[in-house]
Design a protein around this ligand. Structure first.
Ligand code: GDP
Ligand code: IMO
Ligand code: MG
Length: 425
């Protein structure tokens, strides 16, 4: 099988739907052969769950490569970091027995700090939106306000925050982001920042040096392409770019180093929060897929909405991201369904006409009706000699034909080793 990781090069592992595709599991699987795994955008709105021998590990900010002792991990300047959450995550993983020595964990000085004011603004803005029925359903972690204040050049970064006396002066400066910086919260933040101090580095240079030394580098995407602030279902998106083209910038790496771009998709779709969702299911079928797939958020515990796999969206995401291969996750969850649906086209609800292009405005999304076609379902995921069951294989081939991209890996369970590699190239 062709290796997805190459010496001196980087591989992006990106969500191709609305997040929660199983990126964490896939990154963990590949990380056994990786030297460095990087987070490049988002913050602790992400939640990546990994199961190894019956043991559950959840990461929000640290890259999922952290489970493998030979693998270094990095958080780039494009990430928004809540210092308290990152400190607690490092402590939690240490308690679980993982090595979190500062020698193998690198956090960029230039990552934006999420402050109490960002979290308060996020909740307040969501409440205001809910009054007019336009809430996004954010995770409430302060992600949008942190990116907004970075764009306005208001937000201090981790590097500024650790400078002696900075937070105390900032709190008294009358700055709008000083709201919520009370003596207690300042003390808490300073403690967390002191803890993080040995981890703070120039991550761009570390990545540069590692690549020059021939390291196999991975970029672990957070969220999924349909939540990208430019190319997703705006305004029901997150606040960062998630597409492959933005990954290099989030860590300070030349884009020419990225040679593989893997789109991760579930065999169906899920979405947390509000916004358009072609192919969304309801009733007993939605309930049963949610239960079987344990589709409850790793970050907020919210129920995930469930729908059929959307080939229109996946094809668009493939064009924008340039996937070189796909990983199809959670095929086991659909076992036992007589027929499995696929969204194959979008129609205009009012005219019934097939839409030829991608919906590019909020209004266009409102008028979408999906065309759903059905393929035979599968009773089991594995057929003969550890190959995929025939019906599942047909389903996978349909995805490949539609996108013109090989599905290299099919995941058949949550555990690290449950999955089938196919399509040797
Ligand atoms: P991420 O945000 O993309 O990393 O995905 P999450 O971790 O939020 O959600 C994916 C969930 O599906 C996690 O609970 C994984 O343990 C689980 N999972 C991943 N792959 C599979 C699979 O093939 N089958 C099943 N049943 N569960 C899976
Ligand atoms: P991972 O990395 C699923 C969603 C939120 C909300 C929207 C905006 O685990 O796949 P935000 O707090 O970012 O301003 O919320 O984006 N969202 C995610 N949904 N998985 C994620 O991350 C998500 N990160 C944000 O539910 O609809
Ligand atoms: Mg998740």
């Amino acid at each position: 099988m062709r290796s997805l990781l190459k010496a001196g090069k980087a591989t992006c592992i990106l969500g191709s739907q609305f997040g929660d595709e199983g990126k964490g599991k896939f990154v963990d699987l590949l990380a056994q052969d990786a030297d460095l795994v990087c987070r490049v955008q988002g913050g602790n709105n992400a939640g990546h769950t990994i199961w190894v021998s019956g043991r559950k590990v959840v990461t929000h900010l640290l890259p999922s490569g952290v489970l493998h002792p030979q693998c270094e991990v990095a958080i780039g300047a494009g990430v928004v970091v809540d210092p308290l959450v990152l400190r607690d995550e490092i402590l939690r993983l240490k308690e679980q027995g993982f090595d979190l020595a500062p020698e193998r964990v690198h956090i960029d000085f230039r990552a934006t700090a999420i402050l109490p004011a960002h979290k308060a603004q996020d909740l307040k803005r969501e409440f205001e939106r809910s009054q007019t029925g336009s809430a996004i359903g954010t995770t409430g972690r302060g992600i949008g306000p942190a990116y907004a204040s970075r764009a306005q050049r208001d937000a201090p970064r981790l590097g500024e925050c650790i400078t002696g006396g900075f937070l105390e002066n900032f709190a008294n400066s009358g700055h709008p982001l000083a709201d919520g910086l009370t003596p207690e919260t300042i003390t808490e933040l300073i403690e967390a920042l002191k803890f993080l101090r040995p981890y703070l580095k120039d991550v761009a240079m570390i990545v540069h040096n590692r690549l020059n030394d021939g390291a196999r580098v991975m970029i672990e995407g957070a969220q999924g392409g349909l939540l990208d602030v430019s190319y997703g279902t705006y305004p029901y998106v997150t606040s960062s770019n998630l597409v492959s083209g933005s990954c290099a910038g989030g860590i300070g790496m030349p884009p020419t180093k990225i040679t593989e771009i893997v789109g991760v998709a579930k065999a169906y779709s899920t979405r947390v929060g509000h916004g358009p969702f072609p192919g969304e299911l309801s009733g007993a079928l939605e309930e049963s897929i949610r239960e079987r797939g344990h589709e409850f958020g790793s970050t907020t515990g919210r129920s995930r909405r469930i729908g059929w796999l959307d080939l229109v969206a996946l094809r668009y995401m493939s064009c924008v991201n340039g996937y070189t291969s796909l990983a199809l996750m959670k095929s086991d969850v659909l076992c036992g369904l007589e027929h499995v649906g696929l969204v194959t086209a979008y129609k205009d609800k009012r005219t019934g006409q097939l839409m030829s292009g991608w919906p590019m405005t909020a209004q266009a999304w409102e008028s979408i009706e999906p065309v759903v076609e059905f393929e035979s379902g599968w009773e089991r995921v594995i057929g003969v000699q550890n190959t995929l069951d025939k019906s599942l294989e047909r389903f996978v081939q349909r995805i490949e034909t539609t996108l013109g991209v090989p599905v290299t890996y099919v995941s058949t369970g949550a555990e690290r080793l449950e999955g089938v590699w196919r399509n040797p190239v």
